[in-house]
Ligand binder design. Structure first.
Ligand code: GLN
Length: 485
């Protein structure tokens, strides 16, 4: 096995034993990037030189016996995290030349933990999409089938982990953008509770829904990364001052007697039969581990996509008002006056999907329509949240498919926004309710595409999710395949 194929915990064992160095690991990852990135295109910006320097520093620290939580481990960052001195585009032309003067809190925490940053990964423009096709920087391809999308919007991060172009990665999830690409690329992806991880320095899409989380090769790595990024941040007003447990302590504990809710509304028409079969198999696996599965109802499920596509665009239209060509980012030149500059900058700077969201959101917030749309959607959001509160009175975790289908073909849904929006039918509810969710690989289609199963739990129950996912991983014994690239 090559070093780039190993997990964080396997590499940490080797680093501790002195069997390898961060310089070797980092060289292995960049060797892999040189071999496959031309096909996968997971990255917008590679940070080879700084990564190699960081690896040298990590090796020095290890030799001195100062091994931090991530010392010497190469990780990739979605290009939505501000990185001091490194271009941060959010997948958009309008931020094509934006170099942030500061690091996002998550980035500072990774640096403090000793991580090596490999680069900034591709994403749908402003995280709006489910396929990474709306990026100004081109499409990322699914490492399992280069004709297919990797999911989105954090498709570059998911693809990079699956392809071995980093050891682990980070993304953001507003309606499924971590869990859905994780499922489609055959890796683990977690969206923590709203407020668990600081969003300071995360470029905002929909501020009441956005949350940061990890992409990893297994559940143990997920626990390791959650230990590093979770926690209160005085610079971020929605981060919650709740104590962070050691998530590793939840690994391997078993789930004997746990009650698992299977929401009946999530097994309906539209779900691919192969996905459904794999998820039913996952239900049997958790039963085999001693859990008891029961049907639960989330009666407002039908409204989730509609509510999300009012709330998210409304918040986006407000968040994206700042991109006007004045303070930073792209500016259209040669205009007669300020208004023309605004107009031309925004017309040329944003892509079609972002413009569609800005128009929907501005309309939903405009006077005369606010009550009918944004207010109404916020009220229904309350009902969706209550569905989960009630379900979690009778069960410990909820199990659903992550995505209704495996990876679809590039271009298949680009002309049909509604079809694209339905890719997130099973993931959006967790963002609306603010609860944590994790997607874990649970099998393959006959043609060899990965399938994911999603586990959801109550607010701040990430530990419980990790415990459950780790037991699932042990009992389901899903074959660990690697994409042939
Ligand atoms: N696909 C959803 C959207 O387009 C969710 C994206 C996300 O989670 N950032 O908005």
């Amino acid at each position: 096995m090559e070093l780039y194929e190993l997990s964080i915990h396997e590499l940490q064992d080797k680093l501790r034993e002195g069997e390898t160095t961060s310089a070797e690991i980092t060289a292995s990852v960049f060797g892999r990037i040189d071999a496959v990135e031309k096909d996968v295109r997971a990255y917008i910006t590679l940070m080879r030189e700084t990564a190699l320097a960081e690896a040298e520093r990590a090796d020095l620290a290890i030799r001195k016996g100062e091994m931090g939580a991530l010392t010497g481990i190469p990780v990739a960052l979605k290009d939505i995290f501000c990185t001091k001195g490194v271009r941060t585009t959010c997948g958009s032309r309008i931020l094509n030349n934006f170099i942030p003067p500061y690091d996002a809190t998550v980035v500072s925490k990774l640096r403090a933990a000793g991580a090596v940053c490999t680069g900034k990964t591709n994403m749908d423009e402003f995280a709006m999409g489910s396929s990474t096709e709306t990026s100004f920087f081109g499409v990322t391809r699914n490492p399992w089938d280069l004709e297919r999308i990797p999911g989105g919007s954090s498709g570059g991060s998911a693809a990079a982990v699956a392809a071995g172009e980093c050891i682990a990665a980070f993304g953001s999830d507003t309606g499924g953008s971590i869990r859905q690409p994780a499922a489609l690329c055959g890796v683990v992806g977690m969206k923590p509770t709203y407020g668990r991880v600081s969003r300071f320095g995360l470029i905002a899409f929909a501020s009441s829904l956005d949350q940061i989380g990890p992409f990893t090769k297994d559940v143990e790595d997920c626990a390791i990364l959650m230990n590093v990024i979770a926690g209160y941040d005085p610079r971020e007003s929605t981060s919650v001052p709740e104590a962070v447990p050691d998530y590793r302590r939840f690994l391997g504990r078993g789930i004997e007697g746990w009650r698992v809710g299977i929401p009946k509304e999530y097994f309906v028409a539209g779900i691919d039969p192969e996905v459904e079969a794999a998820v039913r198999q996952a239900i049997r696996a958790v039963e085999g581990a001693g859990a008891k599965c029961m049907e639960v109802s989330l009666p407002h499920t039908d409204y989730c996509v509609a509510v999300y596509y009012v709330v998210a665009p409304a918040e986006a239209s407000s968040n994206l008002a700042r991109y006007d060509g004045v303070k930073y980012g792209f500016r259209s030149e040669g205009n007669r006056d300020l208004l023309e500059m605004y107009k031309k900058t925004r017309s040329a700077g944003f892509g079609a999907e972002v413009k569609r969201r800005i128009m929907i959101g501005t309309y939903a917030l405009s006077s005369g329509y606010y009550d009918a749309y944004y207010r109404k959607a916020s009220q229904v959001r309350g009902l969706i949240k209550r569905d989960f509160d009630e379900a979690f009175m009778t069960c410990d975790v909820i199990l659903t498919p992550t995505s209704p289908t495996a990876a679809f073909r590039i271009g298949e849904k680009t002309d049909d926004p509604l079809q694209m929006y339905l890719s997130d039918i099973f993931t959006i509810s967790a963002n609306l309710a603010g609860i944590p969710g994790i997607s874990v690989p649970c099998g393959y289609t006959e043609s060899g595409l990965p399938i994911g199963v999603q586990f959801l739990a109550g607010h701040f129950q990430e530990g419980r999710l990790i415990q459950f996912a780790s037991a699932f991983e042990t009992h389901a014994k899903i074959e660990r395949r690697r994409p042939r690239l």
